[in-house]
Design a protein around this ligand. Structure first.
Ligand code: AVI
Length: 322
């Protein structure tokens, strides 16, 4: 079964309009902000892949190491015959660690907004895992109400993507996941942990400038898709750790007073003015437990690396009413 919620051409036209509306609204409000999902056009996705390879960006490497070590135990906890549901599957690279450890899955359900990404990934997985049922769902997982029938279901949300959601949205997402996965459901969550602020700072201010290119690619995208007039040499990437909020904050900042046209509208920027693009929340054990509880999950197992940089958490659906 291949559940496609949007035809590709309609999806792309809709994407463009959604981008335009979000940018115009985000630049009109104070403080200015553009939602992080728009960072991931084709070039943005390539740049993010490059970020994952950076020496300073320990997240991907560390999580992959933990998943490699815990996959067999995780498979035992999930038990045979479950459906693996990945929220925002991208190219399903880390998923292969689970697929290799769970040869008796009933199905793999990757959920992603990018039709093209989803189809290409599904085709590769069907080739590499001929006995696996791959049932892609093209949708925004933040707005999804149903899944192909069959249970028990094991959710997978790696990469600390949960950290890009503000706490109330993280709870809302996990509640939705809890409802989609059902009462016998469980969830594997990758979470970046609080640590030495300098280490966090370096991960989002790499010496090669790839993270800066990733942020400024949003300006390129606005120029290309919305006829905007951003001068890329007049804005810089800015990222820092706020220890009180426990999050990395990312912006693009104007180097001078200037005016920019976006989709036919003019926006004035003062020198030093910032436009917010991302939060990346970092958790500690108590924070993860509170988040899980608020969404109707309990923590069954936590795996970390020796330096405790990152955690992979196995959540189980708590009995309702608890
Ligand atoms: C996708 N997400 C988990 C990344 C993060 O670390 O918050 C996004 C990112 N932005 C800049 N570097 C990485």
């Amino acid at each position: 079964m291949n559940v496609s919620l949007l035809a590709p051409d309609r999806a792309e036209a809709g994407d463009r309009e959604e981008f335009r509306a979000a940018v115009l609204a985000g630049l009109a409000r104070s403080p200015r902000a553009i939602p992080p999902k728009f960072l991931y056009d084709a070039r943005g996705s390539e740049l993010f892949d490059a970020i994952c390879e950076l020496p300073e960006y320990y997240l991907t490497r560390t999580e992959t190491g933990i998943l490699t070590d815990c996959a067999a135990e995780l498979a035992r906890l999930a038990g045979p015959g479950c459906v693996l549901v990945e929220f925002g599957s991208g190219s399903s690279v880390k998923t292969r660690l689970l697929l290799d450890a769970m040869p008796d899955l009933a199905a793999y359900v990757p959920i992603d907004v990018s039709r093209r990404h989803l189809d290409a990934t599904a085709e590769r997985l069907r080739r590499d895992y001929p006995r696996l049922r791959v049932e892609p769902v093209c949708a925004d997982y933040m707005a999804l109400d149903t899944l192909p029938a069959r249970a028990p279901r094991l959710g997978f949300f790696p990469g600390s993507t949960i950290g890009n959601l503000e706490p109330q949205d993280a709870t809302a997402f996990l509640r939705r996941a809890r409802a989609l996965l059902g009462d016998r459901g469980a969830m594997v969550l990758g979470v970046d942990l609080k640590k030495d602020p300098q280490r966090l700072h370096d991960a989002y201010n790499d010496s090669a400038g790839v993270t800066a290119a990733f942020t400024l690619n949003l300006l390129r995208r606005m120029n290309r898709e919305l006829g905007a007039s951003f001068d890329l040499s007049a804005f810089v990437h800015e990222a820092f750790y706020d220890p009180v909020e426990g999050r990395i904050e990312i912006y693009f900042r104007s180097l001078r007073d200037q005016s920019v046209t976006v989709a036919g509208r003019s926006f004035a920027f003062t020198e030093g003015e910032r436009v917010h693009t991302e939060y990346s929340y970092k958790y500690d054990t108590a924070g993860i437990a509170a988040l899980a509880r608020s969404a109707g999950f309990t923590i069954d197992r936590t795996w970390t690396d020796p330096a405790r940089l990152f955690a992979v958490i196995y959540l189980e659906a708590a009995a309702l009413g608890k």
